[in-house]
Design a protein around this ligand. Sequence first.
Ligand code: B12
Ligand code: SF4
Ligand code: SF4
Length: 314
Amino acid sequence: MIEGLSKKVKAKAKELGFEKVGITNAEATPDAKNNLDQWLMAGNHATMQWMAKNNEARGDIRSYFPDAMSVISVGMNYYVGKNQTSIQSDYKFSNYAWGEDYHRVLKRKLFELLKWLKAKSADINGIACVDTSPVMDKIWAQKAGLGWQGKHTNLITRDYGSWLFLGELIVNIKMEYDVPFDEDLCGTCSDCIDACPTQALDSYQIDSGKCISYRTIEHRGNFNEGEAELDSWIYGCDICQQVCPWNEKFGQISNEPAFQPRQEILNWSNKDWVALDEDQFRKLFKRSAVKRTKFSGLSRNILTNRNKDTKRQN
Ligand code: B12
Ligand code: SF4
Ligand code: SF4
């Protein structure tokens, strides 16, 4: 173990723009794996078959990165001080996708952190994970002391609420570890569960098939009758986080240029969205997470909402 390295890593991570950083032991996580297995067995992943793949790795980080000794968990605040009322059209658009694709932003910073770390010793090695690896980001953040998983299932921190992207650097060295965040500060609150327009939440569990975020981003093809309720969202959904008292009281404004909103998302009219074509989509959402739903997905979402309320002013 390199003396004082954990402290230096944290200072470097903060310097790179991560608001939260914690370090934990890269051990197997059987309880989380058990919850995941039950969640999958109940069909809560809907059509996301990729969640069932590499299932073993999600429960044992060493079967993903065999040299893993420590996990450096990071969080980056993406709340820019605006909400759905800043949007001119009737179509709601999740704030996490207003700016540059967060996978790119966090990975860039994690690679820099890894480069800095490798310069300390030629024996140090590691890999950067953000969302897409078979690694349970929220579990590692909780173990590394960043916060707890709320009843809406997102990770909440005391000082930024849940408006944080999560990522990890898994490394092959022993480090000093933080105390896991073992409190549950939701208490008797159930605001997220009560506010969810499609009843997708049960305490600490989500039924993805009912979740508007899943429907607008992950669902492929047309919706059947039961799936078409999107509550005016055309990409993602923020309701369970908007109503959370921890976000209302502790959300802090990020000045990160990469997360500032594309002006079109705020200023376009209903008419502009309905007229969106594939070429415009490609230009507007270059380097954006929105590409995940493809043009076909976004236009399906726009038309589904439009057909639901024919009284809307164009
Ligand atoms: C699959 C996925 C989705 C799915 C399913 C969501 C989900 N909760 O799993 C869908 C498409 C719906 C989705 C939506 C969103 N997602 Co998403 N998603 C993921 C992904 C890839 C995997 C999550 C996972 O492992 N799910 C499997 C199940 C088993 O996990 P879980 O819900 O966390 O379940 C736990 C609880 O149920 C708990 N549990 C069960 N019973 C009990 C009982 C008690 C008492 C307790 C305490 C706990 C508990 O145990 C389970 C395992 O620990 C992660 C990235 C990653 N690699 O981790 C991002 C991730 C979770 N998503 C993220 C985001 C931002 C979102 C959205 C906010 C986007 C949006 N605005 O539209 C929404 C939020 C919807 C919501 N309320 O969760 C962020 C969350 C950041 C944060 N602060 O937590 C992540 C971490 C991506 C990232 N790297 O930043 N997502
Ligand atoms: S993201 Fe929206 S639909 Fe999904 S659980 Fe939260 S409030 Fe419900
Ligand atoms: S709204 Fe209430 S119950 Fe839901 S996550 Fe926030 S504090 Fe927990």
